[in-house]
Design a protein around this ligand. Structure first.
Ligand code: NAP
Length: 281
């Protein structure tokens, strides 16, 4: 397949570029500097000269706290930017995959969120991503929306990479016991993004590693167990204590109604993926 991957410097994009190249795809990857998805004229001009079988949009404004004040910039990438790519994909009639987030949910449901649950984002970031979902579906019926959450992987700065560094340095960390999600390895997500691009069945998908999900503290405890870090370094804490600018769902575990019914394999279990990743990092 010839695939365009946007936001090429990002964590998920890098994993997706690597996976697609390994499969032998012709990958055209574009960083924000090379293709600003918020700039409709540039996007449309770019698509006039290039044809793709699929577009996988990994570009997004992802600073959850920063979004509370950088509202325009956040919506430009996450809503207008996603819409621009959907419209451009429609023009060349190619598959279109874009990534959304577990933060479209409010956290009132302590179980797993499926596609039957109505989004109710609390912060600007989640609202902008939901706006993006709605815009791409309106713009291009062929859109595939992939909600994921708690992603970690090579090269990115994320919960895991920060915890890993601090614990390896013997520093104490505040481990939040009352926020729950489904950890997801970027490499596993990349595989599923590519599969969905090929499957080309427009819908909303929930893509996370499988298992029961966990709290941030549980995630940190599993990291300690695998890496033999001292669990005494984990100080039990509550999300409320951190006083972060953006509201976040206290629980945003995702489960997918469709993937396995559409013939896709269950995603790897999160503890297994975490152990595999940490073995090499
Ligand atoms: N990380 C998570 O835990 C998580 C959870 C749920 C969903 N997601 C979603 O997963 C997707 C990938 O996230 P990620 O973790 O890989 O994020 P990331 O590492 O922050 O990568 C996002 C990339 O998008 C680029 N970008 C921002 N605005 C752009 C624009 N207007 N045009 C083109 N590129 C732009 C950024 O470039 P600059 O750095 O140069 O600005 C960055 O390279 C996003 O849709 C995100 O919302 C992530």
């Amino acid at each position: 397949m010839k695939i365009l991957i946007t936001g090429a410097n990002g964590m998920v994009a890098r994993a997706t570029i690597e996976h697609c190249r390994n499969l032998g795809d012709q990958v055209v990857s574009k960083t924000r500097q090379e293709l600003d998805i918020a700039d409709q004229t540039t996007v449309f001009e770019f698509f006039e000269n290039e044809k793709f079988d699929a577009v996988i949009n990994c570009a997004a404004y992802t600073n959850v706290d920063g979004a509370e004040t950088e509202i325009e910039k956040c919506y430009a990438a996450n809503a207008a930017g996603a819409e621009n790519l959907a419209l451009a994909s429609k023009k060349i009639n190619c598959a279109f995959v874009t990534i959304s987030t577990d933060y479209v949910f409010d956290g009132a449901n302590s179980g797993f969120y499926t596609q039957r649950d109505t989004p109710n984002p609390q912060g600007v970031y989640g609202k902008s991503k939901l706006a993006g979902e709605i815009k791409v579906r309106d713009a291009y019926a062929r859109s595939i929306i992939v909600r994921s959450g708690w992603i970690y992987g090579a090269g990115g700065t994320n919960f895991l990479s920060i915890m890993h560094k601090l614990l390896a340095d013997g520093k104490k960390i505040k481990a939040i016991e009352d926020s729950y999600g489904t950890p997801t390895f970027a490499g596993d997500l990349a595989v599923r993004l590519r599969e969905l691009a090929e499957l080309d069945l427009p819908s909303i998908y929930h893509v996370t590693n499988s298992g029961d999900g966990t709290s941030y503290a549980g995630f940190a405890r599993e990291l300690c167990r695998i890496k033999n870090f001292d669990t005494e370094l984990l100080e039990s804490s509550s999300a409320h204590d951190l006083k972060r600018p953006a509201p976040r769902p206290s629980s945003s575990k995702l489960a997918c109604l469709f993937s396995e019914k559409f013939g896709l394999l269950a995603m790897p279990e999160w503890k297994k993926s975490l152990a595999d990743f940490l073995e090499q990092n």
